[in-house]
Design a protein. Structure first.
Length: 168
């Protein structure tokens, strides 16, 4: 379900990936109310990614709502010259933790399902990850995005310390 979307607010191409679709049932007096919940990740494969949750009575409508929510929640991420992360970091959300490790050129994306979807749509080419704690898909996706958004480039570290990058 990899489709490209042309978003009018951005002048670049956005790709989306449906990570999970759940059927949710609410039992009421007249019987069961069935609805669907879709977890969608959207990215431009160039350092911007977002995740969203859509809920509706039909699957296509839930996916559309999830995509809109993901576009609203997009964040910019640092990517180094190898297509990897600038440094190792652990992203956390709820009880899910995702360890993000630098990787040399030629490694590829080594990651489990939900984290892999986020990393590929963000544009990372070489990265190693390990999902720790909860394996709930929504929490793993959000932990991955949380960890990636908290990464800092060497330039940011140098600016914070008030020194040049070469001194760092």
């Amino acid at each position: 379900m990899n489709r490209s979307v042309d978003n009018n607010t951005e002048n670049n191409e956005l790709f989306d990936k449906v990570v999970a679709i759940k059927r949710v049932v609410k039992v009421v007096k007249g019987g069961r109310n069935m609805r669907f919940s879709a977890l969608v990740v959207v990215g431009d494969k160039n350092g911007r990614v977002g995740a969203g949750l859509g809920k509706a009575a039909e699957i296509p409508e839930a996916i559309r709502k999830g995509k809109e929510d993901a576009i609203k929640n997009m964040v910019s991420l640092p990517i180094d010259e190898n297509g990897s992360v600038p440094h190792d970091f652990i992203g956390k959300f709820g009880s899910a933790e995702v360890l993000l490790k630098r990787a040399p050129d030629g490694t590829g994306v080594i990651a489990g399902g939900p984290a892999r979807n986020v990393l590929e749509l963000a544009g990372y080419r070489n990265i190693r990850t390990k999902s720790l704690g909860s394996n709930n898909k929504q929490n793993v996706v959000l932990a991955t995005i949380n960890g990636l958004s908290k990464l800092k480039t060497p330039e940011e570290f140098a600016r914070l310390r008030g020194i040049s990058v070469s001194d760092l």
